[in-house]
Ligand binder design. Sequence first.
Ligand SMILES: *[C@@H]1O[C@H](CO)[C@@H](O)[C@H](O)[C@H]1NC(C)=O
Ligand SMILES: *[C@@H]1O[C@H](CO)[C@@H](O)[C@H](O)[C@H]1NC(C)=O
Ligand SMILES: *[C@@H]1O[C@H](CO)[C@@H](O)[C@H](O)[C@H]1NC(C)=O
Ligand SMILES: *[C@@H]1O[C@H](CO)[C@@H](O)[C@H](O)[C@H]1NC(C)=O
Ligand SMILES: *[C@@H]1O[C@H](CO)[C@@H](O)[C@H](O)[C@H]1NC(C)=O
Ligand SMILES: *[C@@H]1O[C@H](CO)[C@@H](O)[C@H](O)[C@H]1NC(C)=O
Length: 413
Amino acid sequence: MAIRKHLCLIVSLFLLIPRSLATETVVKAGYWFPASEFPVSDINSTLFTHLFCAFAGIDPQTNQVNISSTDRVTFSTFTQTVQQKNPDVKTLLSIGGGSSTLTSEYLASMVSQPASRKIFINSSITRARENGFHGLDLDWDWKYPETTEKMANMGTFFDEWRDSVATESRDSGKPELILTAAVYYSARFNSNTYPINSIERSLDWVNVMAYDFSAPGWSHNYTGPPAALYNPTGPVSTSSGINAWIGNGLSSNKIVLGLPFYGYAWKLLDPKNHIVGAPANGSALSEDGSQTYKQIKEFIGKTGATLVHDAKMVMDYCYIGSTWIGFDDLKTIAAKVTYVKQKGLRGYYGWSVSADDNWALALKASETWDSTPLPSKNAGPTSMQPLEKNINLSISLYFIIIQVVFAFWGNHL
Ligand SMILES: *[C@@H]1O[C@H](CO)[C@@H](O)[C@H](O)[C@H]1NC(C)=O
Ligand SMILES: *[C@@H]1O[C@H](CO)[C@@H](O)[C@H](O)[C@H]1NC(C)=O
Ligand SMILES: *[C@@H]1O[C@H](CO)[C@@H](O)[C@H](O)[C@H]1NC(C)=O
Ligand SMILES: *[C@@H]1O[C@H](CO)[C@@H](O)[C@H](O)[C@H]1NC(C)=O
Ligand SMILES: *[C@@H]1O[C@H](CO)[C@@H](O)[C@H](O)[C@H]1NC(C)=O
Ligand SMILES: *[C@@H]1O[C@H](CO)[C@@H](O)[C@H](O)[C@H]1NC(C)=O
């Protein structure tokens, strides 16, 4: 009797260890979407640990996850295609997304009822498995869940989602699906806080969309920082958002920072005034001013625009004539990834892979991660790396096991 009891304890302690260590893999991710017209086979998947295939929709009639008929072939071969260059890369099917308020309404309605949650969750797992994805990602973007009730319902949804993928994994014998969500840059949207506890216990991590802070669409009359790491003159910045997430109780290793592989172009009112915050008159170069990193590099190459790195805000911009573009160049990407690693965050993702310029940003991000040391150990307990924490945990568990074994041995000698 006693033997069996001790053995059970030992075995269950051993089982805890691999799970706690397995959650600590770095995330170097990127999103891909069909409208970019970028061939999946051209993705240099060696630069990524995870690739998100975006987006599947939700059918409002049935509450089922739906892949549009034009995307079905590409989505169903996505995993196989990206694994040709990197057999270890994991893929996730991203659901929702885009700028459609309708999608947001459908998601709000879906999470509000147990029956529709159940159908959605069941179909999400089915879609993931039948298309060979390793995980699922919910992108409830525009507009974000903007009421207390929607936030709470989303939390319930996350918990049920986790229960279902755990059950499915036990039943199918397949590894449990990864569950993630793309979220607002800050833990609070419209003065409502995200369901932090549900995220902590039920999601593998969140993708924090720390970009689009300024754009000609919402800062028409002044140039602004689209995705600066710091903002000395205002409340909105990447670091303020990350601090809000951590300050509201989310573990740093549940946070993956979004890096924009694009920027925004404004039309300057006075070509001689080209600072951040200079008077402007809306967008340049495209209707909403958005420009991929590749387009920005081409623009600079073609026009000889002056390039400025603002080390204080951590952002880049370039200007020539009446055109001004704010974006993330290599130095900014490197500084952000250094910040991510030193802050103990899980990793980063790029939106989107097709916007990169011959993989310059993805390569810089990956190399920076690999060459950045972990935070120093004497910087206090809050800066302790998750990995270190888990090694500690494992060491503690081994000591407990040894004690149990000896206690058991002692009793029987
Ligand atoms: C893909 O990235 C690797 C670095 O991981 C690099 O060596 C290789 O040249 C890249 N391939 C292409 C086609 O860009
Ligand atoms: C869902 O799929 C059906 C059948 O392919 C299609 O008619 C419908 O438009 C899709 N709904 C959405 C929201 O994509
Ligand atoms: C989804 O529901 C069907 C019908 O009830 C069931 O057979 C199937 O096992 C469910 N799938 C998952 C992944 O839960
Ligand atoms: C921009 O300035 C114009 C006047 O020049 C004004 O009518 C408009 O409201 C301003 N837009 C914003 C977003 O402040
Ligand atoms: C801004 O651009 C619009 C045309 O897009 C023009 O009509 C308007 O006069 C411009 N405003 C200023 C202050 O130059
Ligand atoms: C982790 O282990 C180190 C070395 O054994 C120890 O100094 C530190 O206090 C431990 N931290 C925690 C949180 O257990």
